[in-house]
Design a protein around this ligand. Structure first.
Ligand code: NDP
Ligand code: 2IT
Length: 446
């Protein structure tokens, strides 16, 4: 390891003990940025790297609520307000039993760079809770959301901090959170994004992360004169991002052969077409069932406790969670002829897996670039809320498409190496950094 990176990481690990995912996210960025900062010493003198890795504010709170039996339950709530130099704090809320401070800090850190790449004026944040919505009734989810917002409301606002969804937080949760915020503040504002279309939401926001992830893959492929048409695609996850990535890939002529959840994956060699995807959407969004039921319905193979990366494919879209592709799985993908990895999830590849993709010189689009379409469209929702004027589906989709092309162009600008290889990791890290770092310098030592 570069000794400068090592020295910086010793500082980060000392200040943030035990937060492994946060260390991982910071180290990846530091590896791209430290050589760049050496060439641009103004960032060094202002100690931007040290400042950018320290949250502006960390909020941790108790979330007590009553379950359906009348018993008291206690969870922990968080909001990490990482950086506000280019706009109000912005980023999702995750409700999942694995949530802890380190995971949310890694997500908030990534969000700063991602939001900068979108071209829109948004700072970076992330929040959530170790609450598990799985197996809870709608009423339990509502009471939890109301309790969570009863504390969070005092820290957020449409010009201060604008949360949205992430794992375990979809339209249902955003509705309950918004209702409680409105009641406490007596204000109808764009304080959350991902709202329902009848009450201030944006068309295309539900689709945006998966569509954007696919548009980004299409852009990467176009640099090699290729496209999604006719490609075999492995997708992991079966939630919001996975569903709409599958929809767009299929519309563009690709064949999606896998989807998964935390229990296993299904392999459908004929492809998950529009009709079958409708079944998955109903299964996951309404019945809240398990992906295994797809295998039973369509008589395809189900691999329990396995991840899809053992299946031969041209394109891989990890769209479930962090560290879901390890080194061996990355090697298997490359060996099987995979030419493109477009990350819908945040940090789904381990550092060793990333190295395998970079060494093989395949098209590798890291999450902070490839999944930025979701937050970008959240930004467009904020714009429409401010104007009090909704845009059409076509208008929002066209803007999303344009933004993904622009993010790709930024990665090419900052990530192209002497031999012409585009290192999208460096491209996204440096491209996301410059705007934020310049704003931090302009605003002084704050
Ligand atoms: P959802 O909650 O809608 O879906 C999550 C999916 O991932 C489910 O299929 C879930 O399976 C699976 N999953 C979650 N945790 C694990 C785990 N530990 N191991 C295996 N599978 C798991 O979330 P989203 O689709 O919104 O989010 C997916 C990813 O995309 C996350 O990394 C998120 O941070 C990222 N992302 C989301 C954006 C958005 O707009 N929603 C924007 C940008 C990135 P199960 O149901 O069994 O838990
Ligand atoms: O990781 C992400 O970018 C999100 N979960 C979406 C955040 C947002 O504010 O829309």
């Amino acid at each position: 390891m570069d000794p400068r990176v090592q020295q910086f990481m010793a500082l980060i690990k000392g200040r943030n003990p035990g937060e492994n995912e946060f260390h991982q996210a910071v180290q990846e960025v530091a590896e791209s940025l430290i050589p760049f900062i050496e060439e641009n010493p103004k960032y060094k003198y202002a100690r931007i790297l040290e400042r950018i890795a320290e949250p502006e504010r960390t909020i941790i709170f108790r979330v007590p609520w009553l379950d359906d039996k009348g018993d008291v339950q206690i969870n922990r709530g968080y909001r990490i307000e990482m950086n506000s130099s280019i706009g109000p704090y912005k980023g999702g809320l995750r409700f999942h039993p694995t949530v802890n401070l380190g995971i949310l800090k890694f997500l908030a850190f990534e969000q700063v760079f991602k939001n900068s790449l979108t071209t829109l004026p948004m700072g970076g944040a992330k929040g959530g809770s170790d609450f598990d919505p799985k197996g809870k009734s709608d009423n339990e989810v509502m009471r939890f959301c109301q309790s969570f917002m009863s504390e969070l409301f005092r820290h957020i606002g449409s010009d201060t901090d604008v949360p949205a969804g992430d794992i375990g937080v979809g339209g249902r949760e955003i509705g309950y959170l918004f209702g409680q915020y409105k009641r406490l503040r007596n204000e109808f504002t764009g304080v959350l994004t991902g709202k329902g279309i009848e009450w201030g939401g944006s068309l295309i926001r539900p689709e945006a992360t998966g569509y954007g992830n696919t548009y980004f893959a299409e852009e990467m492929l176009s640099t090699r004169g290729d496209s999604i048409e006719g490609k075999v695609v492995c997708i992991s996850g079966s939630g919001n991002v996975a569903q709409f990535a599958a929809e767009k890939v299929t519309q563009l002529g690709g064949r999606v052969v896998t989807m998964s959840d935390s229990n296993g994956f299904i392999y459908d060699p004929k492809g998950i077409d529009a009709e079958k995807l409708k079944f998955i959407m109903e299964l996951k969004n309404v019945k809240r069932g398990r992906i295994k039921e797809y295998a039973d319905k369509y008589s395809v193979e189900y691999f329990e406790d396995k991840r899809p990366w053992i299946i031969k494919c041209d394109i891989a879209m990890p769209n479930a969670t962090q560290n879901e592709i390890n080194e061996d799985e990355a090697k298997t993908l490359v060996k099987n002829g995979c030419i493109c990895v477009s990350e819908g999830a945040n940090m789904p590849s381990t550092p060793e897996a990333v190295q395998v993709f970079l060494n093989a010189k395949i098209l590798y689009g890291p999450g902070k670039a490839a999944n930025a379409g979701g937050v970008a469209t959240s930004g467009l929702e904020m714009t429409q809320n401010s104007m009090r004027l909704p845009w059409t589906r076509e208008e929002v989709d066209a803007r999303l498409h344009m933004i993904m092309k622009s993010i790709h162009a930024t990665c090419v600008r900052y990530g192209t190496k002497d031999d012409g290889f585009i290192n999208y990791v460096d491209g996204a890290n440096i491209g996301g950094f410059v705007k934020v770092a310049n704003a931090m310098i302009a605003q002084g030592v704050v």
